[in-house]
Design a binder for this molecule. Structure first.
Ligand code: SF4
Length: 450
């Protein structure tokens, strides 16, 4: 449908009227916008993306961050880092208009590094370069590699480009591996299989999960595991000795690429849910070159244990999962296997190649998946599906509770519990059962406030 533009050089009131009425006709006959299309999605659900990278580097023993940023970011990030990372202060050179216009950024950062390195207990100075410094430009070549006892590593986190804090974790780990992990260059895989069968696990996991993974891998025949991100700088060095790498979460793309480019086998997925436990163990066994019959035996045992848990702890009800951690979809898989209805799940990260299997499986099972979601999308899903339980972000949960629906904060409730293998599944499912029973309490609360 075309609309003739008004004749502006020779305005004719009659023809202008005709044009305007044509425009109104188009608008009135156009299909009505759906709720989704007419609503603006204004609120991306993730905190400042740089936080994820800061969390990784501030937690390392002997590390003192030097942050290249302005005062606003410094204030907010110091606050969340104290809360959710390590109780450490962050050092930052002043980076305001004067320094930016005067071009003294590098000089000021070097001075801060020198000051930090005066403390002999500091072994690592991550220079975390955020939006402002990255926009102004920071030349890595002009930074020292080592000062005193401290290694200096530049971690570039232009948060406006990264989009979510899980993805910033990946950037930080990649920067540390590039500096510290020495991996033989390709072709290394066949030699590697003859060496120690060490496994590197990539993903922030609950300590009980680390123990569960270590115990299964030991029975399998692996000769030690290292987990990154870690508090110990040595773990980043030892990561280079891994015979196989298991990337548990789909946003560690750079880290996965670091190893696969160097010929180290990378296993995706994670031991959550019966089929995935089996696949994860057999994939790892194959990558390590372990005896197939033995691997099959362990994988089947673990799968059967998980099936028994799923059988004993069935779920009934509709659950929406809407976190921002980037590890939400394995939980959805577990809930579906236990019998719950999960019509919608969302995350702050992008749809990546590493998460391809989960994406295929969950969409096939009927769960609508949203990547890089916004608060508005999550809210619409709550109205559409009227769930019995929401595991969401804080802002979504406030809204959900107002509807009289039980809601818990994903980060506090899920990330602080085990989920892997039968033991993790059992703990997670029993918590879900008790949360699902809370609906009448929330409805009563809603009525009370009304
Ligand atoms: S300007 Fe960049 S670094 Fe600073 S708070 Fe915003 S997103 Fe984070």
């Amino acid at each position: 449908m075309s609309l003739t533009p008004p004749n502006t050089t020779n305005p004719d009131p009659a023809s202008e009227d005709a044009t305007l009425s044509g425009l109104f006709n188009i608008l009135s006959t156009a299909p009505k916008a759906t709720d989704e299309a007419s609503e603006t999605n204004l609120h991306p659900q993730t905190m400042c993306p740089a936080f994820g990278g800061l969390r990784v580097v501030t937690r390392i023993d002997g590390a003192q961050v030097c942050m290249a940023t302005d005062k606003g970011c410094m204030y907010g990030l110091t606050f969340v880092t104290h809360f959710y990372a390590a109780r450490k202060s962050i050092v930052s050179p002043e980076l305001m208009n004067e320094q930016l216009a005067g071009g003294s950024i590098i000089k000021d950062i070097r001075a801060s590094i020198e000051e930090i390195a005066k403390d002999p207990s500091i072994r690592l100075i991550p220079v975390v370069s955020l939006c402002v410094a990255e926009t102004a430009g920071l030349a890595e070549e002009l930074l020292p590699k080592k000062v005193g006892n401290a290694e200096v590593v530049l971690v570039r986190l232009p948060a406006y480009l990264i989009k979510s804090h899980p993805e910033a974790k990946d950037i930080a780990i990649d920067a540390l591996l590039r500096r510290f992990a020495t991996v033989p260059t390709v072709p290394a895989a066949p030699e590697r299989l003859g060496k120690k069968k060490k496994v590197l696990i990539i993903g922030e996991i609950f300590p009980l999960d680390t123990m569960a993974i270590a115990s299964v891998l030991e029975r399998l025949g692996a000769e030690g595991i290292t987990v990154l991100p870690s508090q110990h700088l040595e773990d980043f060095r030892e990561a280079g000795e891994a015979a196989a790498v298991a990337v548990l979460h789909p946003f560690y793309e750079l880290t996965a690429e670091f190893f696969s480019k160097r010929g180290v086998p990378v296993i995706t997925g994670n031991p959550v849910g019966a089929n995935s436990v089996y696949k994860w163990i057999t994939d790892l066994g194959f990558a390590l070159g372990l005896e197939a019959a033995h691997v099959e035996k362990i994988a089947t045992e673990e799968k059967e244990k998980l099936k028994a848990v799923l059988q004993a702890q069935k779920l009934e009800g509709t659950i929406i999962v809407a976190g921002y951690e980037g590890n939400e979809f394995p939980l959805v898989r577990l809930l579906l296997e236990a019998g719950a209805n999960v019509p919608y799940a969302s995350t702050s990260i992008a749809n990546t190649e590493l998460g391809r299997d989960d994406h295929k499986l969950l969409t096939m099972l009927g769960t609508e998946l949203r990547y890089r979601k916004s608060l508005e999308e999550d809210r619409r899903a709550v109205l559409k599906h009227a769930p019995d339980l929401v595991i969401g972000t804080t802002s979504l949960d406030t809204y959900v509770k107002e509807q009289g629906i039980p809601a818990v904060y994903y980060t506090n409730i899920i990330s602080s519990r085990p989920i892997y293998f039968a033991q993790g599944a059992s703990i997670m499912l029993s918590m879900m059962q008790s949360l699902l029973q809370k609906r009448p309490v929330y409805e009563k609360m809603k009525q009370f406030f009304e």
